[in-house]
Design a protein around this ligand. Structure first.
Ligand code: KG4
Ligand code: ZN
Length: 358
């Protein structure tokens, strides 16, 4: 099997992303030659508006494809790939359809196959792109603004969800709680991480901060198995603020409060993973690696907690580079490559394939 070129497109949410990968199936070496992204700025709206995201992709995708293919052609010779990989879902229908339709059109025009790739599969497989130590079976904790999910993977096509959030994602909770206590920025979870960096003990006694009743949801024996849950953290922060408006706190109390909220949210993640491990230890027996990816995986306190709690279960902890963790076309290209190779190149989507919302 010879070297092949892949054009990858991802438009499931608000990032228009196009990548070019050069893959050698024999050596399993894959080079990312291009990784381009145009992000819709949704900060002013306070969130993503589906119609705006749809319009954004319509305006950006074709020229981004042109930019990538032209650069590849000028630098490496050919601007025509052997395979096109595109996100099929889950995501917003309008956004997905822009990427899928462009991929279909290019597939017809160039007479090359295309593969519709599951977005979550992209997140799960991309750590294997440049870390050959991530071997089957492995466990992934995907923690971002949109996901909080624990998955056990045994092969390219075999993934079991061990735990997922029943409401919002961990990053979303960090962002919303941070905003409630007055932090501002594009990524409040990241601000919160930075702000609390020098707090040694988040649970240090304080007559005011002690009034916050932070939960650790679904950890009672009966609700043990239900999943992660983060919505209650926001409620408890709101209730505390009603009692103690932010401007009445000293600077030290404010920081202690921030650190305590952050710690409680991260502790919830680790507690719930602990329950899964205790409940089904056999699932983890052969898994040497824990991959932690997504925006929240940048948090050093989360990394520390995971390594402290699960060092007897996993011998390796992997944190893929953040530009591969956030939504990007490289992960779609790589997941498509793993599927393509696994099927000895006998896999392609039909031209009538539709986007999948879920
Ligand atoms: O994977 P990501 O960049 O994008 C999507 O979710 O689409 O994740 C973004 C999330 C945000 O909620 C952000 O606040 C959070 O990851 N985040 C962090 C840190 N950096 C980003 N949360 C905690 N600590 C960080 N250092
Ligand atoms: Zn994603």
């Amino acid at each position: 099997r010879r070297l092949y070129q892949v054009l990858a497109i991802e438009t499931s949410c608000d990032d228009t992303s196009v990548a070019w990968l050069d893959h050698n199936p024999r050596s399993q070496r894959c080079h990312v030659l291009q990784n381009a992204k145009v992000t819709l700025d949704s900060v002013a709206q306070g969130g993503i508006v589906p119609t705006q995201a749809h319009e954004h992709h319509q305006g950006q995708l074709a020229s981004l494809v042109k930019q990538v293919t032209t650069t590849v052609r000028d630098s490496y010779g050919s601007g025509r790939p052997d395979l096109i990989c595109v996100t099929r879902g889950p995501g917003m229908m309008g956004s997905l359809s822009v990427g899928l339709n462009v991929a279909k059109g290019l597939s017809v025009a160039w007479d090359v196959p295309f593969i519709g790739v599951n977005h979550m599969l992209g997140h799960l497989l991309v750590p294997r792109l440049n870390d050959k130590d991530v071997q089957w079976p492995f466990v992934s904790l995907l923690v971002s603004g949109g996901h909080c999910i624990l998955v056990r993977s045994t092969s390219v096509f075999d993934h079991t969800i061990l735990e997922e959030s029943i409401d919002i994602a961990a990053g979303d909770a960090l962002d919303k709680c941070g905003r409630e206590i007055g932090l501002r920025g594009i990524m409040i979870g990241k601000e919160l991480d930075r702000y609390t960096q020098d707090v040694l003990d988040p649970w240090k006694e304080d007559s005011v901060v002690d009034d916050i009743k932070l939960p650790n949801p679904l950890t009672g024996t009966k609700k043990h198995k239900l999943g992660f849950s983060f919505a209650a953290f926001i409620t408890s922060v709101k209730e505390f603020i009603k009692l103690h408006p932010i401007e009445t706190l000293t600077a030290e109390q404010h920081k202690l409060l921030a650190a305590r909220i952050e710690d409680a949210i991260l502790e919830h993640i680790v507690t719930k993973i602990g329950h899964v491990v205790e409940g089904s230890p056999e699932l983890f027996k052969e898994c040497r690696s824990l991959v932690c990816s997504g925006g929240v995986s940048a948090n050093s306190k989360l990394r520390l907690k995971l390594e402290k709690r699960f060092s007897s279960i996993f011998s390796k902890f992997h944190y893929p580079p953040l530009d591969l963790c956030t939504d990007n076309a490289v992960m779609i290209g790589w997941a498509g490559i793993e599927m393509y190779d696994e099927c000895n190149h006998h896999i392609a989507s039909d031209l009538d394939v539709l986007p999948l919302r879920k």
